[in-house]
Design a protein around this ligand. Structure first.
Ligand SMILES: NC(=O)c1ccc[n+]([C@@H]2O[C@H](COP(=O)([O-])OP(=O)(O)OC[C@H]3O[C@@H](n4cnc5c(N)ncnc54)[C@H](O)[C@@H]3O)[C@@H](O)[C@H]2O)c1
Length: 427
């Protein structure tokens, strides 16, 4: 019998996750249980000075586990910074990894683990068409991920994102085997986030949730040659929908409180849960235009130094780079699945009973703009150093991003040009 044109299945791979205030100190026990003897702790230079890393190190010492500390993670990692961690991992013959930090640290630990276990040319596992997109050949060593932002959800995903500096574009490695063995999600760890880190990582949750919920359904994806070639990003599906919608609800209720008052334990606790929920949703369904467009924004940054980020290089923080295009993107995609955009707008607080489908994209976009303004997001691409002269390069950097094809309405060169243009100034 001939296979169908489109896929009829999706696969949800669960994450192993422990949640609770103070659970960071249990990591030594976890490593002892799997008989780990040599561990690499991966973090960035700033988080290395903070309580979460101190707690991890104390816990490892109490359990008699030898560890080395790699504290050279680059915030918004690059190919070079991934390779620095990979070399350390390959030289150290570690039998487990612990990542402590935001998405930058967790992604770096995933890459270090991958190439230490399965050495290869760096570009071999990197997403096609930028890399060869080879599948990960076999299991990796255990990786325990302890997020300190709320956040990327990287603790629950099989994705590692980095900047290919020489090509001016961000891309990633995507495979379910990269997913951490255990996520230790401890709301105490986000208490010290500066406001813009809280806003940026919180708005990443928002983008993950809405993009995965409005992604093309899995039934519109071509039938794979063999079932194991089903991609990590499979399209929206009934199980991801549950995680994505609940993530959006938690985010909508708590982001402003967590941003305004880091001592609001309840809001912080809900935000770090929202990040993990969104990770479970988008980690299976995928993200689309906001993320595809964010990659050249991150790579082409000139001199923007965000307040509260103490790093020595210019960056547009990931969540900001993603959300700046969100109002334009969802105005554009709403006509393809208005009911889903309506639901997102309602969760963000809009009353939509009398709004016709044709206007629902604008209503969602207005809700987003209000929220972005409240948490002090820079006012569009202009505010982070871009001008209309950059439009061709921004479009060029988006076109190779395969995730853009997951959008429920396809966006080609002219559409992308308009979406970037509309994102130059937001209010
Ligand atoms: N793998 C995935 O599934 C996935 C998903 C989304 C984003 N990402 C990637 O994650 C990266 C962004 O990660 P992020 O937004 O979590 O932030 P981050 O790791 O880049 O850190 C941002 C800043 O916050 C600081 N910081 C982190 N935790 C802190 C704390 N508790 N107290 C004080 N300062 C703290 C860091 O030192 C840094 O200066 C990007 O590279 C992005 O592409 C990955």
């Amino acid at each position: 019998m001939a296979p169908p044109d489109h896929d009829i299945a999706f696969q949800m791979s669960g994450s192993n996750l422990r949640y609770g205030p103070g659970v960071t100190r249990e990591v030594g026990m976890d490593l002892r249980e799997i008989s780990a003897e040599r561990v690499l702790v991966v973090t960035d230079p700033r988080v290395a000075q903070l309580l979460p890393v101190q707690t991890v190190c104390e816990s490892l010492e109490q359990h008699g586990i030898h560890y080395d500390l790699f504290d050279r993670v680059r915030v918004e990692p690059s190919q070079q910074s991934f390779q620095d961690a990979i070399q350390t991992a390959q030289a150290g013959n570690y039998d487990a990894f612990v990542a402590v930090g935001g998405g930058s640290s967790i992604d770096t630990a995933k890459a270090a683990n991958l190439y230490a276990c399965w050495p290869a040319d760096f570009m071999d596992y990197v997403n096609a068409p930028i890399g060869a997109g080879l599948p990960v050949p076999g299991p990796l060593k255990p990786l325990i991920a302890i997020p300190t932002t709320a956040g990327t959800g990287s603790e629950t995903t099989g994705i590692a994102i980095f900047d290919v500096t020489e090509r001016n574009c961000k891309t990633g490695i995507r495979h379910r085997r990269l997913r951490p063995t255990l996520a230790i999600v401890d709301p105490e760890n986000t208490r010290t986030m500066p406001p813009l880190v809280a806003a940026s990582s919180g708005l990443d949750v928002l983008a993950h949730a809405i993009e995965s919920y409005t992604a093309k359904p899995f039934t519109q994806r071509p039938y794979p040659a063999t079932p194991n070639l089903r991609p990590a990003y499979q399209g929206s599906n009934p199980i991801s929908d549950v995680w994505s919608l609940e993530a959006l609800r938690l985010m909508a209720t708590n982001i402003v409180r967590a941003f305004q008052d880091p001592s609001d334990d309840q809001a912080r606790a809900q935000m770090i849960l929202a990040a993990a929920y969104a990770g479970m949703g988008f980690g299976t369904a995928g993200v689309h235009l906001c993320h595809a467009m964010s990659y050249p924004i991150s790579s082409l940054v000139k001199n923007y130094q965000p307040p509260g980020y103490l790093d020595d290089h210019a960056i547009v923080p990931h969540g900001i780079s993603v959300v700046l295009s969100a109002p334009a993107v969802f105005r554009f995609t709403a006509c393809a699945c208005p009911d889903r955009h309506r639901k997102a707008a309602e969760i963000l607080g809009a009353t939509t009973d009398r709004v016709p489908d044709a206007d629902i994209g604008k209503v969602l976009s207005d809700q987003l703009l209000t929220l972005m303004h409240t948490v002090d997001v820079p006012n569009g691409l202009h505010a982070v150093g871009f001008s209309t002269d950059d439009l061709p390069a921004l479009v060029e950097g988006t076109l190779p991003q395969q995730i853009r094809h997951l959008a429920s309405r396809s966006a080609e060169g002219d559409d992308l040009h308009r979406l970037f243009e509309e994102s130059m100034t937001l209010w």
